[in-house]
Design a protein around this ligand. Structure first.
Ligand code: G4P
Length: 542
């Protein structure tokens, strides 16, 4: 197969939802019907005992929430589909944000009884910012749920884009009769049970209307009417508009009953986009030049969107998850970390199948590969086969809460430093080392991040720490046009200066007013609420 064909048959998407909407269930069914797993219940069953495929970390098992996001690959209709799970908990929104930078589309699962819920709303915001195309799946139609028109209306309002129904439900709850497929103009009849294969469901063409009316009565008539209303209110399907995140196709079904799932799998192949071009920059003579990398470009390039340490207690390794953006990866290839200019020497390179990792034979744009390393790679790093370029768009957000780390046993200082450095590089939390010395500081966006880090320091680095409240409530990354300006600023606020895990300079503040005041005093200093890429800032001195 040619390089371009390999690239075009990739689909890389994230599955997003509010907890309990049915994301795990739908993930499992997609894996099942693509043939990636054999037995239904493999993922769900383990989630019940807090061991879902995606639950790698001990803490996740304990809490039963998806802290880490996971990656699964499947092949369906000759397409390679990469599914990226996103953590459902709001305290890990940064992690989720980064996952969403690694995909070309998103599948949004909505509980038909609850509509668009808070966590979905946050995820939608991120997709909207990036113009990520979204496919919508309205789940749990076998329950007493809301009117489909009502749901559509809400999705439209929340997404800020029109919905185009692809299937339409006939009845709901106890009277759920099935779905009408608008494209094939046929009704698929619902049957409860999780053993059914998609091909087992009975299909009746809409042309046999009398038969449908006789069998489903009022529910069918009502569906016909509401379907007509929906069709009148929504635009016609426009693939280009979907790709530009200007409309979303909507599917109805019941994940737990395997119903309506095949339609989603087909949509991923037929509608979701292949790998898209990505923006990058190159530093040439200290000047930043922008360039767009095409997925078919021959140069291998990828970006680290996630780093995870000790995923498997038996390996005690660190994996850098790389989204391939262009070129082809083959084993033994010489790779360079652009930030440091150093060669990347992984101990292994893996691909993520649904239930195991496997050595990579080859990977193309869209694929996610994992480099096992002992360091030298950070979140946001660009890895290439030598080309001088760095991808942008993987920001770190200024933390909104801070804690001071107090080590209970001072003899463990070295382990603490190592632990914090690694967890900081992973992006599990932001670590700040005050320039004036003293205890390290942790910065987070969500409270739970602190608990995870405290737990991991103990279990993975054998460091018992106490976290104490801090006077700081925010941070801004600091740059200046000249080293002299920067020095003056640092001298003015020696106790407020700190360096983060990527060695970027930050100013710690106690209120937004603080930043305004400092900005007024030093109008030439740049205060950044997010940090794009440390390597670049350092190289250009800006
Ligand atoms: P999540 O990953 O989004 O958090 O959701 P998950 O798939 O774990 O599903 C949450 C609950 O919703 C589960 O029930 C699951 O069985 C149920 N569910 C998923 N899809 C459907 C559906 O189409 N119809 C109905 N009626 N229920 C659905 P649970 O009681 O929490 O777990 P379990 O004991 O059933 O595994």
């Amino acid at each position: 197969m040619s390089h371009a064909t390999e690239t075009r048959r990739r689909r890389t998407f994230a599955i997003i939802s509010h907890p309990d909407a049915g994301k795990t269930t739908l993930t499992e069914k997609l894996l099942l019907f693509s043939g990636a797993i054999q037995i239904a219940g493999a993922v769900k069953g383990r989630k019940a005992s807090r061991h879902a495929t995606s639950d790698w970390m001990e803490i996740e098992k304990q809490r039963g929430i998806s802290v880490a996001s996971s990656v699964m690959q499947m092949v369906y209709r000759d397409h390679v589909i990469n599914l990226l799970d996103t953590p459902g908990h709001k305290d890990f929104s940064e992690d989720t944000y980064r996952v969403l930078t690694a995909v070309d589309s998103a599948l949004m699962v909505i509980d038909a009884a609850n509509g668009v819920e808070t966590q979905t709303r946050r995820l939608i915001e991120v997709c909207r910012q990036r113009d990520t195309p979204i496919i919508t799946f309205v789940n749990k139609m076998d329950r007493e749920v809301r009117d489909p028109l009502d749901i559509l209306d809400e999705v439209e309002r929340e997404l800020g884009m029109p919905c185009v129904p692809m299937t339409w439900p006939v009845g709901q709850g106890k009277r759920f009769g099935g779905i009408i497929n608008l494209r094939t103009q046929a009704m698929t009849v619902f049957q409860a049970g999780s053993e059914k294969r998609p091909e087992d469901f009975e299909v009746i063409p809409l042309a046999e209307r009398d038969k449908l009316v006789a069998r489903f009565g009022d529910a069918f008539l009502a569906a016909e009417e509401s379907m007509e209303l929906a069709a009148g209110a929504s635009p016609t399907w426009d693939h280009e508009a979907f790709l530009a995140a200007k409309q979303t196709p909507v599917f109805f079904g019941s994940g737990v009953n395997n119903f309506g799932v095949m339609e989603v799998l087909d949509a991923l192949v037929d509608m979701a986009p292949p790998p898209r071009p990505r923006k990058s920059v190159a530093v040439v003579n200290k000047e930043v030049q922008e360039q767009v990398i095409q997925p078919e470009d021959k140069t291998f390039a990828g970006v680290v969107f996630k780093v995870q340490a000790n995923m498997d207690a038996n390996h005690r390794d660190r994996i850098a998850f790389v989204r391939v953006a262009s070129g082809k990866y083959v084993p033994g290839m010489k790779l360079k970390v652009q930030r440091t200019g150093k060669e990347l020497r992984p101990t292994s390179v893996v691909t993520f199948l649904s239930q195991r990792r496997e050595a990579v034979d080859e990977a193309y744009a869209g694929d996610i590969i994992g480099f096992t390393t002992h360091g030298g790679v950070q979140l946001g790093d660009t890895i290439t086969d030598g080309a001088n370029l760095q991808f942008t768009g993987l920001p770190f957000f200024a933390p909104e809460m801070f804690m001071t780390v107090v080590l209970k046993n001072p003899l463990r200082t070295k382990q603490l430093q190592q632990g914090l450095a690694q967890l900081g590089e992973e992006g599990a939390i932001q670590v700040f080392k005050p320039d004036a010395g003293g205890n390290m500081m942790l910065g987070a966006v969500g409270q739970l991040q602190f608990e995870v880090v405290q737990h991991r320091l103990k279990t993975e680095y054998d460091c018992d720490v106490r976290l104490e409240g801090s006077q700081y409530t925010g941070a801004r990354w600091i740059t200046a046009d000249t080293p002299q300006q920067l020095r003056e600023f640092e001298n003015a606020y020696p106790l407020r200066m700190a360096h983060d895990a990527a060695d970027a300079l930050a100013y710690l503040c106690t209120s937004p007013y603080d930043v305004r005041l400092a900005q007024e005093r030093f109008p030439k200093i740049h205060f950044h609420p997010l940090r794009e890429h440390a390597g670049l800032a350092l190289e250009t001195g800006r």
